[in-house]
Design a protein around this ligand. Structure first.
Ligand SMILES: NC(=O)c1ccc[n+]([C@@H]2O[C@H](COP(=O)([O-])OP(=O)(O)OC[C@H]3O[C@@H](n4cnc5c(N)ncnc54)[C@H](OP(=O)(O)O)[C@@H]3O)[C@@H](O)[C@H]2O)c1
Length: 283
């Protein structure tokens, strides 16, 4: 009996920047299951090889292909060389997911300019470089860019170092790209998840969170939210691609808080402090 999934043509090609670990790996797997041909980007060759070992059987099962390109997406030359290779390898590109990013902890008054620049490089510059390098191919396919934000793209929160500023900048960049690139038929969406369930959640900020209230070292800065299943976030990314959705927040109930913070900032601030485990404006 012929397996239908093995005979159907791939639905398109996708690049997942940051696809060798964490959420990006789950997104790559989800796109393969949806029968995209996928290229994952990351800096570490060994980590990429380990990810390929996980993804190869998924690709075979779906009747599609997976490969990897060693790339530092914060470096212009590396990104240009990567997309030059990709444009030779694939005849088209339909989807780019910018999943490279890094969270942070710290008080604003302790933020050094160098550290702040690093946060902007990894969370914003990465998406700008990959998106502009991919644009010529995406214009031909009338494709989609999905940028991975965070609740920190939508809300300020205490003690998140340079993360809120960087993810807010990514949200602004995403909307500007969407408005400008719609005339080329290219859709640009933002997916903003809350904390994602992972093995090292709760220990990631043991070092950077020193000297902060204990709640600040927890996922989402101590916000009372349970960790999202990575698959749930990856499914939202797929919806964003297929339905060309502009802006998804997970969990959806946080949208109400976002609206309150926009319309009633004084109430919003009080709720945010309460939401992240604080009892007073000063602690
Ligand atoms: N984890 C959460 O709870 C959470 C919640 C909300 C939003 N997010 C967002 O989701 C995204 C993924 O987070 P994650 O926690 O899953 O990340 P992660 O586990 O730290 O994985 C990051 C991935 O990006 C790659 N990467 C990092 N810097 C890179 C660079 N300069 N060039 C190319 N690749 C690079 C890493 O590979 P190499 O190190 O080998 O390069 C790895 O594949 C981020 O944008 C994050 O802000 C995460």
């Amino acid at each position: 009996m012929t397996n239908r999934s093995q005979t159907a043509a791939p639905v398109g090609t996708a690049v997942v920047a940051g696809g060798s670990a964490g959420l990006g790996l789950k997104i790559a797997e989800t796109l393969l299951r949806a029968r995209y041909q996928v290229s994952i980007l990351g800096r570490d060759e060994t980590r990429l090889a380990a990810a390929l070992a996980v993804l190869q059987p998924v690709a075979e099962q779906a009747g599609t292909q997976i490969d990897a390109v060693v790339t530092d997406v914060t470096d212009t030359t590396s990104v240009e060389s990567c997309f030059a290779q990709l444009s030779q390898r694939w005849s088209r590109l339909d989807v780019l997911v910018n999943c490279v990013g890094q969270s942070d902890r710290g008080r604003v008054e302790s933020l050094t300019v160098d550290h702040f620049d690093r946060m902007l490089r990894v969370n914003v510059r990465s998406a700008l470089l990959c998106s502009t390098a991919a644009l010529p191919m995406l214009r031909r396919s009338r494709g989609v860019v999905v940028n991975i934000g965070s609740l920190a793209s939508k809300l300020g929160s205490r003690y998140l170092g340079g993360y809120c500023a960087a993810k807010h900048a990514l949200a602004g960049l995403t909307q500007q790209m969407r408005l400008e690139w719609s005339q080329y038929g290219v859709h640009v969406g933002l997916v903003s998840p809350g904390p994602i369930r992972r093995d090292d959640a709760g220990r990631r900020y043991d070092t950077t969170g020193q000297g902060l209230p204990e709640s600040a070292t927890l996922p989402a800065g101590g916000a009372k939210l349970s960790g999202l299943e990575p698959q749930r976030v990856a499914d939202a990314v797929l919806r964003c691609i297929v339905n060309r959705q502009p802006d998804l927040i997970l969990p959806a109930r946080v949208r109400l808080l976002v609206v309150i913070c926009q319309l009633f900032p004084r109430l919003g601030d009080r709720l945010l402090i309460k939401f992240t485990g604080g009892t007073a404006a000063v602690d």
